[in-house]
Design a protein around this ligand. Structure first.
Ligand SMILES: [Mg+2]
Length: 451
């Protein structure tokens, strides 16, 4: 202890178990021991969290709720109560910050804590980890798992190994033994494609990966990814725990040359600002937990509204939807024009460990890249295809677009009237990848470059 602190880092990863479902079982004792599924209950709903009892039926998060109902017809299906989950999560974060000033929340129910150098204050880190574990369980009433290890990569894997309800410590000398039997897909940044590519070459476990020469990894995956895999196989990760204390926010604002009066125009502009803010967020490697909008009316009264998200995200559709929902939450005076709009993203957390996005698929980012590479620097905006678009020469990329979508889109644009004039043709394009994650009725609007 003490003088070799510079060498030995100690990172704790805390993860509440089946969080939303556990909170429901805490608040409603009659649900304890029963399969509880929290998520979207609508036709297109997706499971957010399944209790361990529900998991025994094969139900898991991100699964369509309809499928979960088939697998577990006697399950208790509940809509999420985010305000309550936030309350429990806040208790967890307060406990964590009593032990270290460096706490990085990853999502509502997960956080990294840098315990390096806390020994003098709190005693051996193993004991501190145990104390944190105990306090979270007793003070929130919700079970959690903790992993303690020399870095974030290993700490997160350790807490997964400890689930449910346990604590797992990986010491420097245990790293190889701990990692070797794990599937390579468990390593941060090793996605399905890399996993497949490795499997084709006979590499399945982290132990297999460690036996592959650096030069061979280089030739398979290129220099950067090859070197990264080599490091991951050895459990090497120097990424710091980002305390969110000084995290900034990202915002986009526009003052319009002419006031906006129609709600659909305001919504469209907000979507565009949201997409711009989301792409800056992604470029800088952050995820946001709070979305804000700012509206300044022509009489200079200014309103801001904000919402806390259930999971941190940089997903442009999700952020745009939240911004528009905030707009619709308050009154819109059609008689007073809007002079300025802004979208702000706050509560930023590092995107190092991206939580699974439970509410919307992730592929939109890739779709945006495809469009940028095909159409150059045209600004992109999000819109609802059926609403048409007041600007001429816009293309709408509709998730439902087919080859004959040109006619269909034109008809729909005309049907809704508004700015979409009869002579206007919205060019609908089919995205090359059908699995692009754009929700139905939500489209991408390709705008002509602004002067
Ligand atoms: Mg969890």
């Amino acid at each position: 202890m003490g003088y070799d602190c510079a060498m030995a880092r100690w990172i704790l990863h805390v993860d509440m178990d089946a969080f939303f479902a556990s909170v429901e079982q805490l608040d409603r004792p009659e649900l304890r021991g029963r399969p509880v599924i929290v998520g979207g209950l609508g036709r297109r709903g997706v499971v957010s969290t399944a209790s361990y009892e529900a998991r025994a039926f094969g139900v898991h998060s991100a699964m369509p709720t309809a499928r979960a109902r088939k697998l577990c017809p006697h399950g208790v299906f509940l809509a999420p109560r985010f305000a309550r989950y936030e309350e429990v999560a806040a208790t967890m974060r307060t406990i964590l910050s009593a032990f270290s000033p460096v706490v990085e929340p990853l999502s509502l129910d997960e956080a990294f804590v840098d315990l390096t150098g806390t020994e003098r204050l709190h005693g051996p880190v193993e004991r501190t980890a145990g104390e944190i574990h105990r306090r979270i369980r007793t003070e929130t009433g919700v079970p959690c798992s903790v992993g303690l290890a020399p870095n974030k990569l290993l700490a997160k894997l350790a807490s997964e190994a400890a689930k449910p309800g346990g604590a797992h410590i990986v010491h420097e000398e245990d790293v190889e033994g701990f990692l070797s039997p794990l599937s390579v897909s468990r390593l941060w940044g090793v996605g399905p494609q890399t996993t497949r590519k490795l499997a084709e070459r006979g590499v399945h476990t982290v132990g297999d990966l460690r036996r592959v020469d650096a030069s061979l990894l280089h030739s398979w995956f290129g220099p950067a990814a090859g070197a990264q895999l080599w490091r991951l196989a050895r459990g090497l990760d120097e990424s710091p725990v980002h305390s969110t204390r000084d995290a900034k926010s990202i915002s986009q604002e526009v003052t319009y040359p002419e006031d906006l009066f129609r709600e659909e125009d305001i919504a469209r502009e907000l979507r565009q600002l949201a997409v711009a803010a989301a792409s800056r967020l992604a470029e800088e490697g952050w995820l946001a937990t709070t979305v804000r909008i700012k509206i300044r009316w022509a009489d200079f009264t200014t309103r801001t509204r904000q919402v806390r998200l259930p999971e941190p995200t940089d997903h442009p559709v999700l952020i745009a939807d939240e911004a528009v929902a905030l707009l619709r939450r308050g009154e819109v005076h059609p008689e007073v024009g809007v002079r300025l709009l802004g979208v702000g993203l706050a509560g930023l957390v590092a995107a190092t460990f991206r939580p699974a996005h439970l509410f919307v698929p992730l592929q939109l980012g890739a779709a945006l890249q495809q469009i940028r590479s095909r159409h150059g620097a045209h600004p992109l905006s999000l819109g609802v295809p059926g609403e048409g678009h007041p600007r001429p020469e816009v293309g709408i990329l509709d998730s439902g677009a087919k080859d004959d979508a040109d006619a269909e889109m034109d008809e729909r644009g005309r049907g809704r009237g508004g700015g979409g004039g009869v002579g206007e043709r919205n060019r609908a394009m089919r995205l090359p990848n059908s699995d692009h994650g754009i929700p139905p009725r939500q489209g991408l609007v390709l705008l002509p470059t602004r002067g």
